[in-house]
Design a protein around this ligand. Structure first.
Ligand SMILES: Nc1ncnc2c1ncn2[C@@H]1O[C@H](COP(=O)(O)OP(=O)(O)OP(=O)(O)O)[C@@H](O)[C@H]1O
Ligand SMILES: [Mg+2]
Length: 230
């Protein structure tokens, strides 16, 4: 268990997309603080900027203006290998579309982020530990096409957590699941946060799930409409 509180701070974050002559302001002067001990939900209508925000937090894209800090690290200062290393240690991502590699088994999918990396632990052992934790040891040799949606998402969760990142960013991870599987995935993430102190930021359209989190951020038209800690 990691007792250390970690923080993500977002300062004056703006993202403007300008392709094909169309200019869209997806985020406008967003200021937020997320703490690792608060399970954070981000809600808001389609097009309100939730995925854009998560991508900027996750360093998958760069802001037009503004800053993202992980504790005292300004991620805009990280480039190349330093950025890749930071991502590997600090950020796990899961998506609505599970994005598993179709030709790899469940176990290989979980191990895949480790393939190009030097780590101090046994890669296969770690991957098996995570697969076991999500309850899928018996499916470790199955291909994604042989798994249900709920199972595929649990493999994706194990993959995102395989290097024990400081933060897990989840973009509508229950969006393609039925209520029951969605609730299971949500409870799994909750439990992981409590056991490991991992910060979790969870984008969802599901008000029932959002109501069970510690912090709720509501987006509207690229702005933060409400930011509430329970
Ligand atoms: N790569 C892109 N190029 C141009 N515009 C984009 C791009 N990505 C997103 N947008 C626009 O930015 C705005 C915010 O999109 P975003 O995907 O962040 O919304 P969202 O809240 O995640 O919506 P949803 O609930 O449908 O997933 C939208 O108007 C969208 O059309
Ligand atoms: Mg989205």
């Amino acid at each position: 268990m990691n007792d250390m509180s970690m923080t993500i701070q977002i300062k004056n974050l703006t993202k403007v997309y300008s392709g094909d002559g169309v200019v869209t302001t997806a985020l406008q002067d967003v200021n937020l603080t997320m703490r690792s001990e608060e399970f954070t939900a981000i809600v808001g209508p389609s097009g309100s900027g939730k995925s854009t925000l998560l991508q900027l937090i996750g360093t998958l894209d760069v802001p037009t203006t503004g800053m993202v800090y992980y504790d005292d690290v300004d991620v805009s200062k990280l480039k190349g290998k330093a950025l890749a290393d930071f991502r590997f240690d600090s950020i796990g991502f899961i998506f609505q579309q599970f994005n598993l590699l179709p030709t790899l088994t469940a176990l290989e999918n979980v191990m895949s982020p480790l393939f190009p990396r030097k780590v101090r632990y046994d890669k296969k052992g770690r991957a098996q530990e995570l697969l076991d934790w999500v309850g899928l040891t018996h499916k470790q040799d199955s291909l994604p096409s042989q798994l249900s949606g709920g199972e595929q998402q649990r493999v994706a969760i194990a993959r995102a957590l395989v290097n024990r990142p400081a933060w897990l960013l989840a973009d509508e991870p229950t969006g393609n699941l039925d209520t029951n599987n969605g609730e299971n995935v949500f409870q799994l993430l909750r439990k992981y946060q409590q056991e490991h102190g991992t910060g979790i930021i969870f984008v969802t359209h599901d008000e029932h799930l959002a109501s069970q989190t510690d912090k709720r951020i509501e987006m509207r038209d690229g702005c933060v409409l409400a930011d509430m800690v329970r």
